[in-house]
Design a protein around this ligand. Structure first.
Ligand SMILES: C[S@@+](CC[C@H](N)C(=O)[O-])C[C@H]1O[C@@H](n2cnc3c(N)ncnc32)[C@H](O)[C@@H]1O
Length: 329
């Protein structure tokens, strides 16, 4: 038997665009969402539509508001899920999920559930022209909205050209947890005075000059990821979206978030824990002066990870960490 016959089976919701992760666990939590006749669920990270398809097929009474800031993802999901859209069970919006979450909650709570599957899709990584990769010759772009954003969004190349040394050092330290952040920032400033950094090779050459050896894949990944997070305002978008989604959830509504690295997971963990505590006063206060009751409960005592079998089938799922929370009834 050849290797091709040994390829592991893919999830029924996988496509050549993206394989959704932890699908059964997502459905398990979203199935707890209240059913006031129609379960309105916001998928803030529609991507190729894998999770949304699973929700629409397997959660009775579900209708989905699918959101993505990437016009290519929107096109893909609409074509895949056209039948649900024409049945009126799917509405698709191209925007940032924090902005949509605020708009959805304006008239009061309406959502039974919400899902954020953070980061980038396999297709975004695999298309060199989008610049999310450090493969040779990829342009330093990394905008999730591509050309279709507000128009004001800088590319990774713009940031490398425009940020001063302190700002670059902060970016590499805070968003890339890079120990040599100052040396790297200094090297970027020196390199760009010779020629602008335009492609992945240009940046990899600067990293190599600081490390005095070719950087390992994981070292490059960390630094490229830091730029991607900054280009797309990812942490700010997440921090704004969480309270907006909480406000948009009906009593008993469920929020599920899948993060792929600690910078994303940390605010999710901290926020969901804080909402689940009945008192958030500083310990030195003799009397409780805060809200005095929990806003809801954590459905995941500890973080949920993919099984070894899922990781074998879909290696890109290996860093996924899921947390779920239910708003007080
Ligand atoms: C991991 S993929 C989601 C894959 C999807 N769950 C599926 O099953 O195909 C993340 C998607 O979220 C989108 N995205 C990331 N941050 C976003 C934000 N702040 N607002 C809207 N979309 C965002 C990306 O463009 C990408 O398509």
């Amino acid at each position: 038997m050849t290797g091709a016959f040994l390829n592991p089976p893919l999830s029924p919701h996988a496509s050549d665009y993206h394989s959704p992760v932890l699908v059964d666990r997502v459905l398990e939590f979203l199935s707890l969402a209240p059913d006031p006749g129609e379960r309105r669920i916001m998928d803030g990270t529609l991507g190729g539509g894998g999770h949304t398809e699973a929700i629409l097929r397997r959660i009775p009474g579900s209708v989905v508001l699918g959101v993505d800031r990437d016009p290519a993802a929107i096109r893909e999901a609409r074509s895949r899920l056209a039948s649900f859209e024409s049945e009126g069970r799917l509405q698709v919006v191209e925007d940032r999920f924090d902005s949509v979450a605020r708009q959805v909650g304006v008239a009061g709570p309406v959502l039974s559930g919400a899902l954020l599957d953070l980061g980038v899709s396999s297709r975004q990584i695999d298309e060199d022209g989008r610049g999310f990769t450090f493969r040779d010759g990829a342009p330093l772009d990394m905008r999730m909205a591509g050309e279709g954003g507000s128009g004001a969004e800088p590319t990774a190349a713009d940031l490398l050209a425009e940020l001063d040394e302190d700002e670059l050092a902060r970016l590499f330290r805070e968003k890339g947890e890079e120990r040599g952040s100052r040396a790297l920032a200094r090297a970027v400033v020196a390199a760009r005075s010779e020629a602008p950094l335009r492609t992945s090779d240009d940046l990899v050459a600067v990293i190599a000059s600081v490390y005095r050896r070719p950087p390992l894949a994981k070292e490059k990944a960390r630094i490229f990821q830091a730029l991607r997070i900054e280009v797309n305002d990812e942490i700010e978008s997440l921090e704004e979206a969480l309270p907006a989604l909480r406000d948009a959830l009906l009593p008993g509504g469920v929020l599920v978030v899948i993060a792929y690295h600690s910078l994303e997971d940390r605010p999710v963990k901290r926020t969901l824990r804080e909402w689940s505590r009945s008192c958030i006063c500083p310990p030195e206060l003799p009397v409780c002066r805060c809200r005095g009751e929990a806003l809801g409960e954590l459905l995941t005592r500890s973080v949920v990870r993919p099984t070894p079998q899922e990781v074998a089938e879909n290696p890109r799922s290996r860093s996924a960490r899921l947390r779920a929370w239910r708003k007080a009834p």
